[in-house]
Design a protein around this ligand. Structure first.
Ligand code: FAD
Length: 236
């Protein structure tokens, strides 16, 4: 883990209330897909710090990116005040929620903003031509809230080993929607990932969601805990 000073490049709106922020990669730092960093911003009463998963992959060079669900917090306000060239401090890389394709089969369960490290992992596996078979089951409130949807579809077009399943939880079925509806449960995992017992699972999201997903995988589907990797977005 290193502490660095770097500069803000630009922001990219993703879905409503979700924005990506990019910073210069000053070089000399290797992060792995699925890891996170700590970002310090100047605030009125002193420095503000939060953890963020990288939403870019190590194969996407020249910048570090994270993607945040915006709120009315002082931290969110400080992010929106950043201008290109502004300096920030980071500690990185952190975390063990890493997948680089060493297992032949994996699956990702995610909800909302918890998609960020999984986007990094799927992009890495696609860009490196990994032959790991990977399935993503991603839960969003509505079809407009699917973060990185175009990006995942572009990956699936190039990566025959990537299967995508979206489910919507807080709306009635949108016109033309061919995806799933309702919360992720054991029946949905069985249906979309029938070979679930052969896979290593990665679960990421707010702590309540992670707890519920782990219970489905371990208690209802009988997976051993070492086959269920988890990342809690503490703070939601
Ligand atoms: C490993 C990791 C990766 C994360 N990756 C992302 C990401 O990719 N995108 C994203 O949007 N968010 C991510 N988060 C959550 C992020 O760090 C913020 O907590 C979140 O964005 C809420 O911040 P806020 O400024 O909107 O609200 P705040 O007002 O700062 O926080 C809301 C509430 O949560 C509490 N809180 C804040 N941070 C923490 C913490 N670390 N532990 C416990 N309580 C806390 C605050 O005290 C407050 O009560 C991640 C968290 C962790 C631990």
């Amino acid at each position: 883990m290193k502490e660095i000073k770097t500069v803000f490049q630009r922001s990219l709106p993703r879905t409503e209330g979700v924005i990506s922020f990019r910073f210069d990669d000053p070089g000399g730092i290797a992060f792995r897909p699925g890891q996170f960093f700590e970002l310090f911003l100047p605030g009125d009463g002193g420095e503000l710090a939060h953890y963020f998963s990288f939403s870019n992959s190590p194969t996407e060079k020249g910048y570090f990116e994270f993607t945040k669900r915006m709120s009315s917090s002082a931290y969110s306000r400080a992010l929106l005040e950043l201008r290109p060239g502004d300096g920030v401090r980071m500690k990185l890389p952190l975390g063990r929620f890493i997948f680089e394709g060493r297992e032949p089969k994996a699956a990702f369960l995610s909800g909302g903003i918890g998609i960020t490290p999984i986007r990094s992992i799927c992009r890495y596996l696609t860009d490196t031509g990994s032959d790991s078979k990977i399935s993503l089951l991603y839960s969003s409130r509505t079809d407009r809230d699917i973060v990185f949807r175009e990006d995942f579809e572009e990956m699936a077009g190039r990566n025959p080993n990537l299967s995508l399943f979206y489910t919507l939880t807080d709306c009635s079925r949108p016109e033309g929607w061919e995806g799933l509806m309702g919360q992720i449960d054991a029946a949905m995992v069985r249906k979309t990932i029938p070979d679930y017992s052969e896979r290593i699972f990665f679960v990421c999201g707010p702590p309540g969601m992670v707890k519920a997903m782990v219970a489905i995988l371990e208690e209802e589907l009988g997976l051993p805990s070492e086959k269920v990797k988890r990342e809690n977005f503490a703070g939601y």
